[in-house]
Unconditional design. Sequence first.
Lengths: 249, 549
Amino acid sequence: MPDVVVSLRQVHVVYDGRPALDGFDLDVFAGERVALVGPSGAGKTSALGLCSGSIAATTGAVEVLGRDLIGATDSELQAVRRKVGTIHQDLHLIGPLRVVHNVNGGRLGSWSRSRALSSLVRPAGLDQAREALARVGIADKLMERTDRLSGGEQQRVALARVLVQSPQLILADEPVSSLDPARAEEVMDLLGEVVVDRSRTLIVSLHDFTLARRRCDRIVGVRAGRVAFDLPAGEVTEELGQDLYRIDA
Amino acid sequence: MTTTHDLSDLTAHEAGILPGDAGLARRRRPRPGHPTRRLWALAAVMAVGWSLWSAGVGRRELVNPGGWPLVGHFWGAALSPELSADFLATTLRATLTTSAFAVLGTALSVAIGVVGGVLTSETWWRRKRSGRSRLRAGWFVSRALSGLPRGIHEAVWGLFFVSIMGRDPMVGVLAIGIPFGAITAKVTAELIDEAARGPFDALRATGAGRATALAYAVFPVILTDLVSYAFYRLECSLRSAVILGIIGAGGLGAELSLAFQGLAYGRMWTLIYVLVAVSAAADLWGSSLRRRGTLGRVRLSLLGGTALIVGSWLYLSPDLGRLFGGRTRGLLSDISSSAWPPSLPAEGWGGLLRGAVETVQMSLLAIVLASTLAVLTAFVAARGGTTLRRRAVAGTARFILLVTRAIPPPVWALLFLFVLFPGPLPGAVALGAYNFGILGRLMAEVVENLDPRPAEALRALGAPNLSAFAYASAPLSAARFASYSLYRWEVAAREAVVVGVVGAGGLGRLLEQQRSAFNYPGMLTTILALVVVSITVDLVSAAARRSLR
């Protein structure tokens, strides 16, 4: 039995009196590729936020990479975050910095403060950064200013940032939601590149059912802050999908 | 005209009604042959080094140790302001006078600004000819004419009006209204030109006249921004009204000057606290209007503004007859005829050039000092702290910024002249202290409006707070910080004249010497030199800002 990487038990998250997660349960095992699907506002982003420690549960139990995040100290939280890579829909890159610095952003958690600061003047880890960029196909952009790259190239920089971090768990929040089908496939290919040979675990939130079934092992349907279904990708039918996205009168 | 464009841009940016020019979205590659940022940085370092050397840093004794006890007495008096009934009554009268100058000066500047804005807007002069928009010659002429009043600091206008009208309430109003009117005109013109042209053209196509089309299609759209800008100008007018008081127009500035001459520090602090309170009130209302400019607030501001104008008019009860009276006309014609032709100062071209260079050096050192302090303070002073301690520290930092910008530059200069020997350095430090208050607030607003997500994304990857700050918050705000510093440099170059007037150096000191000797031809030359300095600094700053895009 592989190790449990993420364990959420009866988690409630409340924002301004409104529940974002309402008794959410999820177990993710090492090496799995899990898709969270569901309508906007269902709680997918909140669930991913719990896994990265950027959102605190109101009640319930949250365990990530064997560490209980409820009541974790700042340094314990930081230790977990070093092993969790996050890819955001909006990328959150720093435009005025060079690509190399953005890529090195993935290593700041493991660098000392003095190394982090001196690297802004004289970039450290050039070889690793170049190698990561090569894997996503833009090695030549190492010293470019990030805000001068195209949208697609910036997406690759965000992936390279996760590559140099070398995390055990990768969280991707709707990485393809605003892309055309061809670009969406390309990004999923790159994500596959990052999650090499089952040594890393991937949790990705998606709207595209077909993409989720083709690219992931397991699909978790989320609706109104709860798990609506949790099935192997092959067992998820179109009807389940339609039911998940129905609009209540 | 680049000069006029940049001066008004600065104020519009400060008021937050026009977008910043250093945004990420509009970055461009530097053009081939265009000086890059590194070259500009190198030039800046060299210029600052040269300015420090000229100011005597490391070459001669700069600090006058004998002055420290006086400085100690001044700061010590902060906790014991004079609160006697007599002095409080004097302070109240002075506050009302200064506020009335500011209100009527702002009203005049808005009136000049709206009319001037229409007449200098491209929309007014544009006409379509064979499908291509062409500007009439009138646009160029009106722009050129509106440039001069802006290039001359309100204190210089004040000296001019004091010379022909004596201590008349209209001195303060005119000295604020004319240059600020020209600045408001430029901002109004930009607002008009930035408003959607579709509705204006549609009305023109139905045969409506230009004024009608503007009144129906443009002014309703820009009203909120215009009212918000007028309140921002009121904040600036308050500061200027105090400076005008120091040079003879009365009010808080005059009382401050009197208290200083009598070394009555308790009285000075009473006046400073009142200044802080009045500035904070204008500042708070102005910024709330900029952040949440609802129609209700705009109406309330218009009503309140009208009441303030009427109240100020009744309080000052200026005699307009005197403005156009025979004595004023006589003095004006005397001064005009005796000032022409302009003549060089006693030291010739060399003296004029030395004064101009010293003015630029003072402004440069001032802005370097102000920006350094402001950058360090901005991240502390920004709102949005989550803990009580953080909020308390931010509140204290904002209060310090408020006090530093409420004390006018000439008062700062007089204070620094206690401990620094006369020359460009006390002037630079004084201007730096004042601009630190302004830049600190602007930079704190940049930090408050910063997108927090890149830093959060790095923290989510395990980056410690300092690293997330160095890799996300700092680079994201750097371009805007540099851009604001350059804008403020342009203003500091104009403001350098007011610290010079109290003896801190540069063209301001020359101007004051010439005024004391009634040397009007010399004064005219110095004023022209000030305009040239202002235009030159604007051009250099505009070029440096372009490299930031």
